[in-house]
Design a protein around this ligand. Sequence first.
Ligand code: GLN
Length: 215
Amino acid sequence: KEFIFILEKINNGYPIEYIFREVEFFSDTFYIEEGVLIPRDDTEVVVERAINLINNLQTSNDNVKVVDCCTGSGIIAIEIAKHTNAKVIATDISKKALKVASINVKKHNVDVEVKKCDLFNEVADVLVANPPYVEISHKKPNVYEPDIAFFAGDDGLDIIKKIILKAKELEYKIAVIEIGYNQKESLSNFLTKKVKKFDFFNDLAGNVRGVEIIF
Ligand code: GLN
């Protein structure tokens, strides 16, 4: 009976990850539950980019400080903590996300501080984020996942712009941010007058997926 019930749910598009409360990301297994965005493979290029940058920034004994804002299930923060010596802080506004991220931090036995915050207030060196970036008029990517993880205003850039301005104000050195495949041009216009350098990068499917910013 339980098997049939599960099959029916999956048939209706209910994510299998929410049923088994498990998801694979970056060759690791993470806890996940309804109410929190299911990690996507696309985000792996963002994590790889951030890890390389942080390891290049790391020189003396002074550990690089990193904030992963809009952390969701905590995957970005945890992989950075695993693959660098950085001091990592993960923030989110969603209580459910903070719960799931904390479970994952324990599961992977890493030193990541999980904090409730609307974006972030910490002074640090590097900002990494997979924030909501979907246009409000766009069809919801998955009806079973939370709106708060997807939507960010008319052009999807409301939160990304806030994050960039905040990181600049707090004198961050670098930011690595996941973006939508169609946001390169509008984000270029926004960034040109505000930061020293920026570089877009693609996901494995060849679509624009992220931006690296030097302030
Ligand atoms: N990449 C996700 C999707 O299109 C969107 C996640 C996000 O807005 N950060 O399904």
